[in-house]
Structures are given as structure tokens and as C-alpha cells.
Design a binder for this molecule. Structure first.
Ligand SMILES: *[C@@H]1O[C@H](CO)[C@@H](O)[C@H](O)[C@H]1NC(C)=O
Ligand SMILES: *[C@@H]1O[C@H](CO)[C@@H](O)[C@H](O)[C@H]1NC(C)=O
Ligand SMILES: *[C@@H]1O[C@H](CO)[C@@H](O)[C@H](O)[C@H]1NC(C)=O
Ligand SMILES: *[C@@H]1O[C@H](CO)[C@@H](O)[C@H](O)[C@H]1NC(C)=O
Ligand SMILES: *[C@@H]1O[C@H](CO)[C@@H](O)[C@H](O)[C@H]1NC(C)=O
Ligand SMILES: [Zn+2]
Length: 945
């Protein structure tokens, strides 16, 4: 899925708000995972053991038994939905009917068939032996009313395990709900006659991970790939789409006109990649007869909002075809902007779905970051067409093979569309992976197959470990092997496993054969155990050691990582490499430095680890940064800051060293070091913005940001755009920091531009709108808020709507914030898919945080019902409303909630809650230890000024 499965995450990325996202691993694990997943070759040859009794009982696990192999399906679906209600029809119809025939090969004798179905009424079941054309009698069928979602079919006759072929026919009825999963209904409005809003409908789908079974009974596991022949029967004046090209034919059924669209057979693929839509959308192509079409609401396409996606997709697709050495294999590639969509995007083969804000772009109101986001999401989804769709993980435990690769490759893919984001992978993926992977509750990238069974096991894997750590270790491996050799080996891997389901060891084996490096020994230390090491270098002696890094100090049990260290010293210009395999400490003269010399290790953060030095070396690096920071590469400047702050939080380094590393930013205008510092200072702000420590922190920030702000001032006022992409980012940082810390020039700029917007036309450059709207509303009054609310309701472009929706959360007025929270319960005001992020925004505001917490507790029943186990971002809600928690009183409130949920036997959100409690305890401890030191340090810096 798109980076935004976790919708909140992709939003967070787009806007640069940091959510230590909702990741919560499967179990708190201290043990090392040595994974030995049983190898399942495609299918063993049939061996008949006549003595074994023929099983009829349901399997012991939630996994399907392995006696039947689906080879192809023929599926008919008939949604009765009208996209626009005709005048003589009063009621919309959400029913869909259908049937499915699946061809099966039997490899073990059995008298039963198990497959998946959920939420459908199965009205007919028939089984035929196709070798003899003989119908078998079904003695009994039932749908298990539990998490297995099994449709169990018992037969009078035996299915023969000698490779005999069977056909299973099922007929079924279902309903299109607005639950954003399976085959569901989405709505949007158009201006109809007399400029009145009229509702339009579309049927669309989202299967990943396990919702194909809500559309038709199927063998809904990723390794059970099959060919799909799809036919959709739909109302005239609608278009049906699926993964391949469809050909519509007009027909009459029961006196009514219908269109029957038959799609070309979909090549062997997993069920979770199926997609169906029925809509009146319009398409936009980059050129006539192009393979690629972008679909959206007619209004949006006519206004040109799909143009950017249409052009960009082609460039990225062609880049991947060359880079991966395999042509995109399907006959077309459609992308569709779905008005209601829970994931950021979904890579369905040949029919990729997106949230509107993930693909539509309007030149005048969307920012350059919106544009970048569109390119990045497209690049992610297109990478999946190979990593995920063509080559699929065997089971969800290896989800990172899909998501880690898609995330890593997207940074190369966007380059084809002229975005240079390669360095930013460090901020966007690696730093967030560092955060979650330093908690006890993290989990290894690769978990044993047997540990991932239930829906929530699977859903919880769509986290920062899978996406970001996955990308980080691939980047590390690529540096270790050499980028070119790595890509060549990857080509071989894709060729070898196309249309198949490898597991991660197959990848290592393949890379090993291609590169002659012991990839498995290297990588297994990174993927089979959770966490990552901190390398400690003592520069007087050259002593070096590694140890697992935890934010809250715990005994690490990790086996030593193989650490590929790239380092340089101030006295020599060249870069050196070393692989550390031992835990140490070991003495290695290479890491010893002269009296006035410093060492810098893990240059550009290519390795997934932190580095700590003796204080002397830290101080030398500090001096270097303050005298001439250019000597240290920009990524490393950011990395030093991030390492120092986190080492300090873990109690491994004096907190004042971290803080002192922000001093050189007075002169540095680069984005990566600034962003690293701001993210880390955010923690200080969260912990102290309700206390007296906040005064000096705020003054210090105002002091530090002043010259950065001045650097961009003419751009701010004239609405011009800095040329360098990262400068555009840092311009926004400058405004955010300057205005929120009361730099007078910034406040007057923001309020004056906003006033012009209120009185006349909007003069604010789209890049700056989020920051300026927010600053103006924070500084403004009720009328400003009401104005923004009206603008929000009027806005038709998702990007602009999002900016206003965020800005509305910035007010300092408690009653406005409270009313805004109430609005989230009304889907006509705040769309369901936006509720979680809206509440998160409000919770970020120091004035809104207690309100949001009360709100979440007060509306618990409603929210769990609406966002129950199914909607992933509920965890992020709980996570974000409690981020500031750092007092005993708040801890007690959490424990109270935990007790209440325990009493009600709520399985739901328990892990997140544990997580949040762990964090609160750590915060309490940290604040107690550091409050005075931090207060003194900031005060000291003010006096020096
Ligand atoms: C689906 O189409 C393919 C190709 O035409 C065909 O071989 C296969 O038998 C069809 N499957 C079913 C279940 O009809
Ligand atoms: C509604 O009107 C259309 C077009 O005039 C006609 O084809 C259809 O049969 C009518 N449906 C009903 C339920 O009257
Ligand atoms: C399956 O549904 C299609 C479309 O409604 C229909 O034409 C076909 O006869 C059905 N198949 C069976 C075996 O009932
Ligand atoms: C399924 O069957 C039940 C019981 O007959 C009925 O209430 C329900 O409406 C049916 N659902 C669909 C989607 O047909
Ligand atoms: C570090 O990254 C920069 C790009 O930010 C690049 O120019 C430089 O060559 C890299 N240094 C090393 C040692 O790889
Ligand atoms: Zn993805």
C-alpha cells in the first residue's frame, strides 16, 4: 500500500509533522529471532499415502490447508449502483450479485474444501470434477463465524490428490457499504442544475490485506496466485474498470439495459491486488493511445488536476522498466483518484488507486510539496508493479520485501520526474525507523511466518519498521555491495522470481550468487533481530564496540551486527571502510586520532546505526561545526544532531552536547541539519511547553532562526520561490519557527498576508499556505477562524482543503478547538477519512491537547465502532493525543483507561496503550532528570547572546 496506509503517516510526511507513528510491534521481544521458516517450494509433487486418514476437520491455524491449488477464476460481479440517480428512480441500490468459478488442482486427498469469505451471503455451491465432467455432491457447507473467515465445504466424495482437477462454483450476494474495504461505495458532489450540490456515487475496491474475500469467495492468501477472468455487469452510462483492459457490450437483463464488461485475463497474481471500479469518471492520457490513463471526477480532470500525474507516471514507469530490466507486463496502467480511500494509495496491478490528494495536483493552489508528494506516491506505487505485484512475498511476515523495496526504489523513481530527494531518505525514512526501532516494542523486519496469523497481526505490520527500516537496510546493503552491482543483482532476482512468491532468504541467495559477497551473513543480523546498534569509538585508544541501542536503557540481547563503517578523519581527506563483526570492545588503531584531529563515522548515515564518541571527539566536532561546518557533509551534520540528541535521551551522552550541536545553525541554512534539530527540539517543546522552561527555549529558537528567516524574507513577502528544493522546505521551517516563537517580522508578515487574503484575493504562495494560515489563525480571532472554515468548505481541491483543515487546528481559543473537535463527529463537516488526522492536529496544539484527550476518551465507543480494529490509524490517534504525557497524573489516567478496557475485555488498542504507558513513564523519568539542566542551558545561551 502507499506510504500512507496509514494515512496519518503520509500526511505527516507531506507536512513535515513528526508522528512517532503508530507502530507497534507484535510482541515485546527481547529474544533474538533466528528464523527458520519452512521452505515451501511452489508445490511438492503429489505423494499418496494411503494410510493417512482423509482430513475433514478445519485446519488448526487460520491458514488454508494446502491440498488445493487454485489456478484460475472466472468471476461475474453485478453491482446495481447508479452513479447518478435517474429521475424516475427514488432509491439507490447498494446490492451486488455475482458468481465465481475457480479451477483447482488437488494434491492431497481430502473430503473438504476451505476457502475465504466474509460479509457475503453464499447462495449456491457446486463442485465438479473436470477430468470426468462429474458433479460431486456437497453434503454440507457453512461459513465459520470467527476470524478464520472460512467457507467450509464438505463433500460426499473424495477429492483425489493425484493432481485431479476440480471446479468450485459459488453464487453470492453482497452489499456495497461505505466502509472503505472490499467492494464499497464512495460519494462526491458536483454542481448540478441551478448550481445546487448533487451527489454522485461510485463503486470501488480496496483488498489489501485480506478483503478480496468480501467481494467473492476466494483463496485469499498472497501465495495462492491465480489467473483472474473478470466480468462486471453494470448500469449504462457507467464505466467498469479492473486490472486489465475491458470490453463493454450492451445487453438486456429482465427488461433492463445493462453493460457487460469483460476483462482480458489477468496474469497470475495474488488476490489482494484485484481492483474493481464502476464510475462515471473521466480519464486523462499523456498522449493518444497511451497505455497510461489517470481517472478522476470529471470536474477535476476538466480543470487539469490529473495532468501532472499523467505526465509524471510515464517517465517513472519507463525509468523502472530500464532500471529493473523487465517491461511492465500488463496491457494498460490506469490510476484512479478515489474520493473516499483509507490508504494513501494502493498498488493494484494495472489499476492503482489513490486518495485524491495523492494524485491530483492544481498548479495554482497546490504547493510544490504537494507536487513532490504526488510524484513520490506514484513512484512508490509504480515500484510495486514489480516489487509486490510481479514478485510477491510468500506470506505477510515478509511484507517488507514489498514495502521496503517500494519505499527505497521510489527515491530513485522520482529522480526520473526531476525530483532530487535522494538525501532526504535519511530524514523521511531512516530517522523515523531509528525512533521506533529503539523501543522495546519494536519487532524484527522478518518475523517467523507462524507468528503472523490474524487480521490485526497483518495490519500491524504496515508500520515504520516495514516501510522505513526496510528501505534503510536496503540502502545500507546497496552501499555495502556497491550501487551498480546491487541493482544488477536485483534485476536477476526479479527475473528469477517473476510471477512467484519468494521469501527473504531467496533474495539473499540470489544476491549472493550475483555478487560473491556473503549477503546472508551480513543481512541476517539486520533483518532477523529487532533494533540496531550504537557504535562507540574512544578516539584516544582506538577502542571500538557495539551494543544495542534502546531509548530507554534495557539490557540488549542482540547478537552482534555486521557493521559496515564508513569514516574519515579531519587530517586526511579520504574516506575509509571497516566491517565490525564483534561486540567488542576491541582495540583498533584505525580509530585512534591525533591531538587536534577528529573522526567522523557513518558518513552520510549509509549504515543503520548510531555512533557515539568520547566527549573529547564530540567537542572537536562541535568546534568544527561552529568554525566551518562545510567540512562535514550535510547529511552528517543532520546525523550528528540526531545521534547526539538520541544518545542523550538514552542517557549515554550529556544532554548539553546535543543542545550545543544546534548552535552552528545560526549560520547554516541547509534543510537537513535544521530539520534534524527541529524534530529533536520538538521533544523538548512537548515536554516543557506547559512549564517555565518554555520561555528560554522559545527565546533561544527566536534567536537562532532570525538569520534563517531573513534569508528568505524577500521570498516570503514577494511570493517568489527559492530555487533549491530543500530551500523551499527550509523556508517553511523558518516561518514556522519564527512565527511560533513570536519573531515580530514573521507575525506581521503572516497576519498582513492573511488579511489581504480575507479582503481580496489570496496572495500567499501555495508552498507557504500551511505555515502562514496556521500562524495567522494562531495569532488571529474568531472571525479569522470562521473565514478559514468557510474557505475550507468551499475549497474543491483536496490539497487546499487539507491546508485549511490543518490551519483550523492552530487557534489558541479553547472553545473554537472544542467546537472543531465536535465537527469531526459529523461526516458532512469532516470526512470520515480525515477524522483521525484532524484530531491529531488539534492534539499537537498545546491548547488543544487536553481537549483532544478528553474527546478521545469521551467518544471512545463511537470511535472504536467507526474505526474499530479495521482502521489502522486509530492507533495513531491514541499515540498522538498522549504525546505530551509526562506527569504522574497523566500516567494514572492512562492506567485507568487500561483498567476500564481490561474489564470490558477489549482486545482493541491494548498494544498501543501499553506502548503509550511505556513512553509516558520514560517521559516522566526524563523530565525529572533533565528539567533543571535544560533550563540552565537555554538560559545560559540567552545571556551569551
Ligand atoms: C480464464 O481465462 C484463461 C485464458 O483464457 C483460461 O485458460 C481459463 O480457463 C479461464 N478460467 C476460468 C475459470 O474460466
Ligand atoms: C426510467 O426511465 C428510463 C428512461 O426513460 C427507462 O428506460 C426505465 O425503464 C425507467 N425505469 C423505471 C423503473 O421506470
Ligand atoms: C454467473 O453470473 C452470470 C452473470 O449474471 C450469468 O450470466 C451466469 O449464468 C452465472 N453462472 C451460473 C453458472 O449461474
Ligand atoms: C443476507 O441474508 C440475510 C438473511 O437472509 C439478509 O438479511 C441480508 O440482507 C442478506 N444480505 C445481502 C447482501 O443480500
Ligand atoms: C555524502 O553525500 C553527499 C550528497 O549529499 C555526496 O556528495 C558525498 O559524495 C557523500 N559522501 C560519501 C563519502 O559518500
Ligand atoms: Zn506500498
Amino acid at each position: 500500500m502507499g506510504k500512507g496506509v496509514i494515512m496519518s503517516k503520509s500526511l505527516a510526511i507531506a507536512i513535515g509533522v513528526l508522528t512517532v507513528s503508530s507502530v507497534f510491534g507484535v510482541v515485546a521481544m527481547l529474544v533474538v529471532y533466528r528464523i527458520q521458516i519452512a521452505r515451501n517450494p511452489p508445490q511438492p509433487p503429489p505423494t499418496l499415502q494411503t494410510t493417512t486418514p482423509i482430513p475433514t476437520a478445519p485446519p488448526a491455524s487460520l491458514r488454508l490447508p494446502d491440498h488445493l491449488i487454485p489456478e484460475s477464476y472466472e468471476v461475474f460481479l453485478q453491482p446495481h449502483l447508479y452513479t447518478e440517480l435517474p429521475d424516475n428512480i427514488t432509491e439507490q441500490s447498494f446490492v451486488f450479485k455475482g458468481n465465481s468459478t475457480v479451477r483447482l488442482r488437488c494434491i492431497k486427498d481430502s473430503k473438504s474444501i476451505f476457502l475465504h469469505v466474509r460479509g457475503l451471503n453464499v447462495t449456491d455451491v457446486r463442485v465438479t470434477n473436470t477430468d470426468f465432467g462429474k458433479r460431486l455432491s456437497v453434503s454440507h457447507y457453512e461459513i465459520h463465524q470467527n476470524e478464520s473467515n472460512f467457507l467450509e465445504i464438505q463433500l460426499e466424495d473424495v477429492l483425489l490428490g493425484n493432481g485431479s482437477r476440480y471446479e468450485l462454483f459459488t453464487a453470492f450476494e453482497g452489499e456495497l457499504l461505505d466502509d472503505l474495504s472490499g467492494f464499497y461505495v464512495s460519494r462526491y458532489t458536483v454542481k448540478g442544475k441551478d448550481d445546487k450540490d448533487e451527489v454522485r456515487f461510485l463503486a470501488t475496491s480496496q483488498m489489501q490485506p485480506t478483503d478480496a474475500r468480501q467481494v467473492f469467495p476466494c483463496f485469499d492468501e498472497p501465495a495462492l496466485k491465480a489467473v483472474f477472468n473478470i466480468t462486471i455487469i453494470h448500469r449504462p452510462e457507467t464505466t467498469a474498470m479492473s486490472n486489465t483492459i475491458g470490453v463493454p457490450v450492451i445487453t438486456t437483463i429482465d427488461g433492463e439495459e445493462w453493460h457487460v464488461t469483460t476483462f482480458h485475463p489477468i496474469p497470475v497474481m495474488s488476490t489482494y491486488l484485484l481492483a474493481f471500479t464502476v464510475s462515471d469518471f473521466m480519464g486523462k492520457q499523456d498522449s493518444p493511445r497511451s497505455k497510461i490513463t489517470t481517472y478522476a471526477r470529471g470536474d477535476a480532470v476538466k480543470a487539469g488536476h490529473a495532468d501532472y500525474a499523467a505526465q509524471t507516471t510515464k517517465k517513472i514507469l519507463e525509468f523502472y522498466e530500464t532500471t529493473f530490466g523487465l517491461k511492465y507486463p500488463l496491457d494498460k496502467l490506469d490510476q484512479i483518484a478515489v474520493p473516499d480511500f483509507s490508504a494513501g494509495a494502493m498498488e493494484n496491478w494495472g489499476l492503482i488507486s489513490y486518495q485524491e490528494s495523492g494524485i491530483l495536483f492544481e498548479e495554482d493552489t497546490s504547493s510544490n510539496f504537494d507536487k513532490e508528494r504526488v510524484a513520490t506516491i506514484i513512484a512508490h506505487e509504480l515500484a510495486h508493479q514489480w516489487f509486490g505485484n510481479l514478485v510477491t512475498m510468500r506470506w505477510w511476515n515478509d511484507l517488507w520485501l514489498n514495502e521496503g523495496f517500494a519505499t527505497y526504489m521510489s527515491y530513485m523513481g522520482v529522480e526520473a520526474a526531476d525530483w532530487n530527494l535522494k538525501d532526504l531518505i535519511v530524514l523521511k525514512e531512516i530517522h523515523s525507523a531509528f525512533q521506533v526501532d529503539s523501543l522495546n516494542s519494536s519487532h524484527p523486519l522478518s518475523l517467523p511466518e507462524g507468528e503472523i496469523e490474524t487480521y490485526s497481526d497483518i495490519i500491524e505490520l504496515f508500520d515504520d519498521i516495514t516501510y522505513s527500516k526496510g528501505a534503510a537496510v536496503l540502502r545500507m546493503l546497496s552501499t555495502y555491495i556497491g550501487e551498480e552491482e546491487f541493482m544488477n543483482a536485483i534485476k536477476a532476482y526479479l527475473r528469477k522470481f517473476q510471477y512467484m512468491n519468494p521469501e527473504y532468504k531467496d533474495l539473499w541467495k540470489c544476491l549472493q550468487e550475483e555478487t560473491n559477497k556473503d549477503v546472508e551473513a551480513f543481512m541476517s543480523t539486520w533483518t532477523e533481530q529487532m533494533g540496531y546498534p550504537v557504535i562507540t569509538i574512544t578516539t584516544q585508544t582506538g577502542e571500538i564496540s557495539q551494543e544495542q541501542f534502546f531509548l530507554k536503557q534495557t539490557e540488549g540481547h542482540g547478537i552482534p551486527w555486521q557493521v559496515h563503517i564508513i569514516y574519515s578523519k579531519s587530517d586526511s581527506q579520504h574516506v575509509t571502510e571497516h566491517v565490525l563483526k564483534d561486540k567488542g570492545p576491541v582495540l583498533n588503531p584505525k580509530f585512534k586520532v591525533g591531538k587536534d584531529e577528529w573522526i567522523l563515522a557513518n558518513i552520510n548515515c549509509t549504515g543503520f546505526f548510531r555512533v557515539n564518541y568520547d566527549e573529547e571527539n564530540w567537542y572537536k566536532l562541535l568546534d568544527q561545526l561552529e568554525s566551518n561546518y562545510h567540512v562535514i557533509p550535510v547529511i552528517s551534520r543532520g546525523q550528528l544532531i540526531d545521534d547526539a540528541f538520541n544518545l542523550a535521551r538514552a542517557g549515554r551522552l550529556n544532554v548539553t552536547i546535543g543542545l550545543s550541536l544546534t548552535k552552528f545553525l545560526k549560520n547554516d541554512t541547509e534543510y537537513i541539519p535544521w530539520e534534524s534539530a527541529l524534530k529533536n527540539l520538538d521533544y523538548f517543546i512537548l515536554m516543557f511547553d506547559r512549564s517555565e522552561v518554555y520561555g528560554p527555549i522559545s527565546k533561544y529558537q527566536r534567536q537562532q532562526v532570525e538569520s534563517l528567516y531573513k534569508n528568505f524574507e524577500t521570498h516570503n513577502i514577494n511570493g517568489t520561490v527559492p530555487e533549491k528544493h530543500t530551500d523551499q522546505y527550509n523556508q517553511v521551517n523558518a516561518i514556522k519557527v519564527a512565527c511560533s516563537n513570536g519573531l515580530p517580522e514573521c507575525l506581521s508578515m503572516a497576519t498582513s498576508l492573511f488579511r489581504q487574503y480575507r479582503n481580496n484575493t489570496n496572495p500567499i504562495h501555495p508552498n507557504l499556505r500551511r505555515a502562514i494560515y496556521c500562524s495567522a489563525i494562531a495569532a488571529g480571532d474568531e472571525e479569522d477562524w470562521e473565514f478559514a472554515w468557510e474557505e475550507f468548505q468551499r475549497a474543491t481541491v483536496a490539497g487546499e482543503k487539507d491546508k485549511l483543515r490543518y490551519a483550523l487546528s492552530c487557534t489558541k481559543e479553547i472553545w473554537l478547538l472544542n467546537r472543531y473537535l465536535q465537527y469531526t463527529l459529523d461526516p458532512t463537516k469532516i470526512k470520515k477519512m480525515d477524522v483521525v488526522s484532524t484530531v491529531n492536529y488539534i492534539a499537537e496544539n498545546v491548547a488543544g491537547q487536553p481537549l483532544a484527550w478528553d474527546f478521545v476518551r469521551g467518544q471512545w465507543a463511537y470511535l472504536t465502532q467507526e474505526y474499530g480494529a479495521g482502521i489502522i490509524s486509530f492507533n495513531s490517534l491514541l499515540d498522538s493525543v498522549t504525546k505530551r504525557f509526562s506527569t504522574d497524573f497523566e500516567l494514572e489516567q492512562l492506567k485507568q483507561l487500561q483498567r476500564e478496557l481490561d474489564e470490558k475485555d477489549h482486545e482493541f488498542a491494548t498494544r498501543t496503550l501499553e506502548q503509550v504507558i511505556e513512553r509516558t513513564e520514560a517521559n516522566i523519568e526524563w523530565v525529572t532528570e533533565n528539567k533543571q539542566i535544560v533550563f540552565d542551558w537555554f538560559n545560559g545561551e540567552l545571556k551569551n547572546y
